[in-house]
Design a binder for this molecule. Structure first.
Ligand SMILES: Nc1ncnc2c1ncn2[C@@H]1O[C@H](COP(=O)(O)OP(=O)(O)OP(=O)(O)O)[C@@H](O)[C@H]1O
Length: 255
């Protein structure tokens, strides 16, 4: 599914937190949103999802203007997995995943068996089938993260938005989650803090700094020592992976 962010400026209160941000993502592309804390990654995901109206510019999702289209139409095309809020939700894992599939069902009633089996299949696909019937509150941070990924998958989106999807996950689960997401064949936009993950999985990275696009392009073009020093204020040595030539970043110290 096509996604294009066109000259988006977003204000929160009196502050302009995104300024004239543009990029596009084609079908099946995996775009990494990078940048330091507070750079505007989550705000941009909110604008792409149509939850935040830009003060100028627009986001087009499959031909629809994200902040103007009916929510249900957007929810049929796009799923947003936000950073985990530590809410107490009185539902089981499988019930939470079922909520993800609701935009595809005509009413809350009926079709429950189908929703249940779709939800269990989504949980299985992220290695979370074993805790399908456990209460959300009883799950660890990493287990909740997997359930959240399953919920987004149950929405069968053409565009999947992920806000720090590997947060809370152990290293195996981090690799499994990004592998899984990259094999879905959907357009992915993910806010990532791990630059080596970005180098490994992203087809394109968009680096934000103070709400503006500081760099955009293929990871090997963008993830240079110079850009990392300018945007993150770190000294880094960028190596080349011997197996596939992708950049591997070794951090030396704060610049
Ligand atoms: N509701 C709000 N009202 C005012 N300012 C906000 C609001 N939400 C976010 N901001 C500000 O907007 C800027 C961008 O925040 P955002 O959460 O998008 O950054 P981020 O890149 O996702 O950061 P992080 O890596 O820390 O999650 C920050 O300066 C933040 O303080």
């Amino acid at each position: 599914m096509e996604l294009s962010v066109e000259h988006v400026t977003v204000r929160r209160g009196r502050r302009e937190v995104l300024t004239d941000v543009s990029f596009s993502a084609g079908p099946g592309e995996f775009v990494g949103l990078l940048g330091p804390n507070g750079a505007g990654k989550s705000t941009l995901l909110g604008a792409i999802a149509g939850m935040l109206a830009p003060s100028s510019g627009q986001v087009m999702v499959d031909g629809l203007v994200a902040h103007r289209a009916p929510r249900r139409e957007i929810a049929r095309r796009l799923a947003l997995m936000e950073q985990q809020a530590d809410r107490s939700i009185p539902l089981t894992a499988v019930e939470i995943v079922e909520l993800g599939s609701l935009p595809h069902h005509r009413a809350f009633r009926g079709g429950h068996a189908q929703r249940d089996s779709e939800a269990r299949a989504a949980l299985d696909s992220v290695g979370a089938g074993a805790f399908a019937d456990r209460a959300w509150q009883s799950l660890s941070g990493g287990e909740r993260q997997r359930v959240s990924v399953a919920r987004a998958l149950a929405q069968r989106p053409g565009v999947l938005l992920l806000d720090e999807p590997t947060n809370h996950l152990d290293v195996t689960a981090q690799l499994d989650t990004l592998d899984l997401v990259s094999r879905l064949g959907v357009t992915v936009v993910a806010a990532l803090h791990d630059l080596n993950h970005a180098a490994r999985w992203c087809t394109k990275v968009v680096v934000l700094s103070h709400g503006r696009v500081a760099a955009e392009g293929a990871p090997a073009e963008v993830l240079t020592g110079q850009t990392l020093a300018a945007v993150y204020g770190v000294d880094a040595t960028v190596l080349t992976h011997p197996a596939d030539g992708r950049p591997v970043i070794a951090f030396d110290r704060s610049a």
